[in-house]
Design a protein around this ligand. Structure first.
Ligand code: NAP
Ligand code: SF4
Length: 702
């Protein structure tokens, strides 16, 4: 596959560019006093539930996870959410901070952070009607659209005992060595449910007027302050834009923030949108720092420090937010998952060395919301710090390693093996590295994927890998190596349909492979049929219908986001997107329900909405008959039809390219010295997370 030209990443600020820029980071590196503590810089790892919180026997792994990030120079970290009572659980038996056993177990986490100079806060999270269990409670009995349980309204006595539970948990967190707590009041969790008329229909002193609706969180803040004293940091995370009907107005948001400040919080962290909102807020297609203007506005209404969050993934963007006076601290959860050494690299003036979070959610939130341990697509060690260890090779044990394929699996295998001390040569038949990521980066809204290729370019140079481009590996080239990693990837599947161009068949000129289209080798006409509705089918529709680099204002208009929050919830009528082409997407499976959702648990719904906004017609249960000059012939709903299209794009999955395995074995290498990874090993259900993880594990084992 040929490489596509690099697509520059554009940000909202004129003074920031891609993360390879030469900005200096004076503001990001400046210390800051927050309540009773001094932070060594402005970089904070925001709360991210890893799945290691909930069982005490996983806390050693959680401590290693935080220790690695503390060592990497971050100023402060915030844990995943912990419950203060049973009703607060997110899931049955969620992590809690309610007794001395918890305190003792958490001490290893706080020690791990403190020994490297980082502060750590415990997040207190009450899920309210987002709890996935029958004990769930809320302000009222309004059910949540994302859980099957109906909440009970908290009684006044239960509200008071919950306030005490918050204070007691905060006090225990203090005894466990935390510098403070973050009270989770955004993203639609319990405290948000009290604050917003959408979910608060109470008629007592906790419902009705804004003063009543914010009474509960204010009582919690005061109780925590009283229990923990003046030096214990209280951070409150509040929603700056709810993105749901009957959310708060901007005036109310300012009034709540000022009341929280008065009640004694030291730091305001900002949250964007409820979990049930139908607007993506952290996906890769959301412009970087899209919500910074809101943080700037709330900051101008407060005296305490304010923290910006959501889609801030490079130091250039972070520095610019500070420079524009829009925040005092920058919260980056996923970026610190992707690169635990983010802050150190900033301090060393090496932003190009950062393994940038591409906001894919595939390794982190998609797993979290499937009740699996979170990791990171671009950093398989995240959450597995004690299990995936890259040990330096013993002197004299270095091997000559050939890695075949410069896609994600091969790049990871090559750079990890070289970093460990092996002598590595990478063979790539195309003119550039990156493989399928070059195609992904060509999709509007996925420009971030270029950052991973940029990172690997840097890593190849840093670790001293010999890179041979335009060099297909064969029996000659692989002579003399002690170890071969076959990472030759995949090729598009061509179904056996007349005109598609499968084995022994002619390809009709209307038919193109997704790889040819996304690489720019071929173009599409005005009327297009997309065969296949998986992740690549969805990406192909975006490629055909969207434009690169939507500015925030345009993105917000298309999703119906009013960044002024002039009305409740910050919602506005979504503006239609311009119709660039007519696209029909097809699949054989008759179940059209999930059509176009792609594999992402946290992004599938947004893909579906996007395809609808783009006017893509969907046909499920299609039988492909042929392509000829008249168009694509199909049989669907019992009828023969001809779709009059100019172009048919094949997105029907992939097949492995693994011929080199037998070539390598024929060289006489031991079976254990030939490893096949990524798409070359298994094309079905291939994703970059598996490819990178397999590349890493192979290299760690050499
Ligand atoms: P996919 O998700 O497996 O989808 C393949 C599509 O081709 C399906 O719609 C399938 O549905 C159809 N198909 C399979 N065999 C066919 C045949 N013989 N004839 C006609 N149609 C056939 O694969 P993909 O879209 O190529 O994506 C590959 C991987 O890349 C995915 O597993 C995903 O992990 C990753 N990816 C992820 C994203 C993301 O946003 N997270 C984006 C792109 C790619 P029917 O059989 O019903 O027709
Ligand atoms: Fe970022 Fe994707 Fe890694 Fe999550 S999995 S931290 S979104 S790169």
């Amino acid at each position: 596959m040929g490489a596509t030209p690099a697509i520059p990443i554009r940000t909202e600020s004129s003074s920031t560019g891609s993360s390879t820029g030469s900005t200096t980071f004076g503001r990001l590196l400046a210390p800051l006093q927050v309540g009773g503590i001094t932070l060594r810089n402005r970089m904070v790892m925001g709360s991210m539930h890893t799945g290691l919180e909930d069982r005490l026997w996983h806390h050693a792994k959680l401590a290693a996870y935080f220790e690695e990030r503390a060592r990497g120079g971050v100023a402060m970290m915030i844990t995943g959410g912990f419950a203060m009572n049973l009703r607060a659980w997110l899931l049955p038996f969620s992590g809690m901070m309610t007794n001395w056993i918890h305190v003792l177990s958490h001490r290893r986490i706080t020690r791990a952070a403190r020994q490297h100079g980082a502060h750590i806060l415990l997040q207190l999270l009450h899920s309210g009607r987002y709890g996935y269990h029958p004990l769930q409670v809320s302000a009222s009995t309004v059910p949540s659209p994302i859980t099957p349980f109906k909440p009970k309204a908290l009684t006044t006595a239960q509200i008071r005992s919950t306030v005490r539970d918050y204070a007691r948990s905060a006090r225990l967190a203090q005894k466990a060595g935390y510098s403070g707590v973050e009270i989770m009041g955004s993203e639609g969790y319990l405290l948000n449910q009290f604050i917003c008329p959408r979910t608060n229909q109470r008629t007592d002193e906790y419902g009705g007027s804004l003063e009543n609706r914010m009474r509960f969180p204010l009582e919690i803040v005061r109780a925590v302050r009283e229990a923990c004293g003046p030096d214990f940091v209280i951070c409150y995370r509040m929603s700056l834009i709810d993105l749901v009907p009957d959310g708060n107005t901007w005036d109310e948001i300012v009034a709540i923030a000022q009341a929280l400040e008065k009640a004694g919080i030291d730091l305001l962290n900002t949250g964007i949108g409820w979990h049930e909102a139908r607007v993506p807020t952290i996906a890769t297609a959301v412009p970087r720092a899209a919500f910074r203007s809101l943080t700037g506005r709330i900051k101008s209404a407060l005296r305490i420090p304010v923290m910006a969050s959501n889609r801030i993934n490079t130091p250039e963007v972070a520095e610019d937010i500070l420079a524009q006076g829009q925040a005092d601290l920058i919260s980056m959860a996923r970026p610190l998952l992707a690169d635990p050494d983010f802050a150190r690299k900033v301090a060393e003036g090496k932003p190009e060395a950062i393994n940038t979070c591409i906001a894919c959610n595939q390794g982190c939130l998609d797993l979290t919301f499937s009740n699996q341990r979170a990791t990171c697509l671009v950093n398989p060690r995240a959450g597995y710090e004690t299990e995936i260890v890259y040990k330096p090779v013993a002197p004299g044990a270095q091997k000559k390693v050939a890695v075949v394929g410069g896609g994600m699996a091969g790049l990871t295998a090559a750079t990890v093996a070289a970093d460990r001390g092996h002598e590595v040569t990478l063979f790539e038949s195309a003119s550039d590295i990156g493989g399928q990521f070059n195609l992904a980066a060509a999709v509007p809204g996925k420009e971030e994927f270029q950052e991973t290729i940029r990172y690997y370019r840097h890593e190849l140079a840093r670790t001293g890998v010999t890179v041979k481009l335009n060099t297909p590996a064969g029996s000659d080239t692989l002579q003399g190596f002690d170890h071969v990693v076959v990472a030759s990837g995949v090729k598009p599947r061509v179904p056996s349909v007349p005109g598609f161009g499968g084995a022994g068949q002619a390809r009709h000129p209307k038919v193109v492979l997704y790889s040819e289209l996304l690489s720019g080798a071929k173009t599409a006409g005005q009327r297009v049929a997309v065969i296949g509705s998986g992740g690549i089918g969805v990406d192909t529709c975006s490629y055909l219908l969207e434009e690169h680099h939507q500015p925030t204002a345009e993105w917000a208009a298309h999703w119906g986001v009013d960044l002024q929050v002039s009305d409740r919830g910050g919602l506005a009528p979504a503006q239609p997107r311009p119709q660039r082409r007519q696209v029909v997407m097809l699949q054989r499976n008759p179940n059209g329900k999930k059509m176009g959702a792609g594999p992402g648990k946290t992004t599938g719904w947004a893909h579906k909405i996007l395809l609808k906004q783009l006017g893509v017609r969907m046909i499920a249960g299609a039988e492909y008959v042929a392509v000829d000059d008249a168009g694509l012939h199909i049989r669907a709903e019992g009828k023969d039809q001809c779709l009059d299209v100019d172009t048919v794009v094949l997105c029907a999955g992939q097949e492995s390219v693994d011929e080199l395995k037998s070539v390598a074995q024929a060289l006489g290498l031991a079976e254990s010295a030939v490893q096949v990874v990524g798409g070359a090993k298994l094309a079905g259900e291939l994703d970059a997370r598996r490819a990178i993880r397999e590349g890493a594990l192979a290299a760690a084992s050499i």
